[in-house]
Design a protein around this ligand. Sequence first.
Ligand code: THU
Length: 521
Amino acid sequence: MHLPDIRRVFLIVLDSVGAGALPDAADFGDAGAHTLRSVADSDRLFLPNLRRLGIGNIDGLGFLGTADSPGAAVCRLGELSRGKDSTVGHWEMAGVVSPRPLPTYPDGFPQEILDEFSRRTGRGVLCNLPYSGTQVIADYGEKHMKTGKLIVYTSADSVFQIAAHEEIVPVETLYAYCEAARNLLVGEHGVGRVIARPFTGQPGHFTRTSRRHDFSLPPPQDTMLDALSGAGYDVISVGKIKDLFAGRGITQKYATSGNDEGMRVTAKIAEKDFHGLCYVNLVDFDMLYGHRQDVEGYAAALSAFDRWLGGFLPKLRENDLLMITADHGCDPADNSTDHTREYIPLLVYGKSALPVNLGTRDTFADIAATVTDVFGVDFPCAGRSFFGEISDIRVHLAQLARQAALRAYCPYSGFHVGAALLGKSGKIYTGCNVENGAFSPSLCAERTAFAKAVSEGERGFVMIAIAGGKDGVISGICPPCGVCRQVMQEFCAPDFSIILAKADGWEEYTLSDLLPLGFTL
Ligand code: THU
C-alpha cells in the first residue's frame, strides 16, 4: 500500500512549542527546559485533537496523554545547528544547518561596525544598546531630531534596528540606510534582520509609524523552498516565513497579524487547488506568551490552535499531508525570557499516511528531506526522509506486531508474541499469544489474529507481521510455528507475505517459502 500522489503539504510551525531539553541544552543555559511540560501545568490546556493525533505518543511527552491508536505519525527532532532562534530553526527544517547561532549584541555593536555604518550613511549613531522600541524613541528621539544622528539599537534577538523620525530622514532614505547596514552585516556579523523603525510626532509624543520594514539575512545555501519552487511547485508563505527566508523560493505570500489571522488564512488556502507546500508560522506562542513568561496565555493559545485544528482536519483531502511542528523552545516557566534549546515535536497526518512512531531523530532537516521526497524533488541535505516509513504498510504492521507482543498473556513460557494481519478489506487484526495452565489449549498470536479476522467475516489476506521474544524483548525474528503455518495455508495464497519483525526492520518471506508443499484437502 502506498500513499496516493501527494499534491499539497501543509507545514505549520507553532513558534517556540518545544518538546523538552536537547542533550546539549546546558551549553545554552537551558538544562531542564521543557516548554510543553510547563504549559501542561495550566488548567487552560485542552488538546483533544492533538492528543487524538498522538502528541502524547511522542518520546518524552507521555504526560500529555497517549493515544491507543494515534491518528498521525509522530516523532521528536533534534537540532544540529548551534542555535535556538527562529531563523536557524526554520532554515534547518528547510535543510540548511547553521554551525553558528546568529550573532546577538547584549552590549551593543562593535565600534568598527558603527564607524563603517556612519561612513556609508554620512550620519552618526545614538544609543547602540538593547532597548525597547517605544522607550528608545522616547529617550533618544529629541536628540536625533537635533543632531540628525540615527538611533541604532538591538534586542535579545539577532537584530540591528534603525529608528529615525520621518521628517528628519525620509522613509525611502531610511530604507537605503538599512540596505547599507544589510550589506555591511554579513559573515561574523550577519544578524538575522536589519529593521527600519520610522516614527513621527513631537518630543514627549513620539509614535512609531506602520512603515516598519525588515531586511532579512538570506539563507547561506538553497533551501527546500528553492528546490520546490525551482521544480515548479507552489511555495506559499503564511506569516513570517517569507522574512525568515528573505523571500527566497517563495511563490506566494500572505502577511498575518498573529495566530488568529494565520489560522484563518490557512483554512482559506486549504479550499484552493495548489500543488506544493503551504508553509505557515504561528508566532503568538513565542512573541506574546513565551517571551513574556505567560504560562496561562500560552496554554490558552495552544488550546485555541487545537480547536481550530478540529475544524481544519476534515477540510484535508485524500492527497494532502499535514505536518505540525515547532522551531525551538521558549519555556514560559524557566528563569529567562529567552528561547530554550529543545527538541521539536512533529506530527504528520494524512488520510492514507500510516501513523507510525518515528521515535527520536537527529535533525529538523528530516522535514526538508521528507517534503522534497514526497514531491520527488532532488534535494541533498543533512536530513533523512521518513516518507517510506509513513507510506509503507510493512513498517506499520511490524510496529503493530511489536505492540501486540507487549499484550501477550504468557505467564508459563514468558515468551511474548504479537501478530498484525492485513485483510483484503484493508482492515488490520492484531493478536497475541494467550496461554493456559493446561498447556495444550494455549493460543498462538497468529492464530488469535486469524480467529478474530475470520470470525468478523474476513476471508482473504494480504500480509501478516509477527514479532516475539523472551520476556517481551524483541531482538531477532520469531518465525511462526508449524500449526500457525498450516492455518495460513488454510486461508492464504502461496504468495501471502510474512513479515518477521526485528527490533528495527524485518525479514520478508512468502507462505510458500515457509511452508513448501503445504497440505490442503
Ligand atoms: N507462540 C506463538 O504465539 N506463535 C508461534 O508461532 C510460536 C509460539 C507462543 C505460544 C506460546 O505461548 C509461546 O509462544 C511459547 O511457545
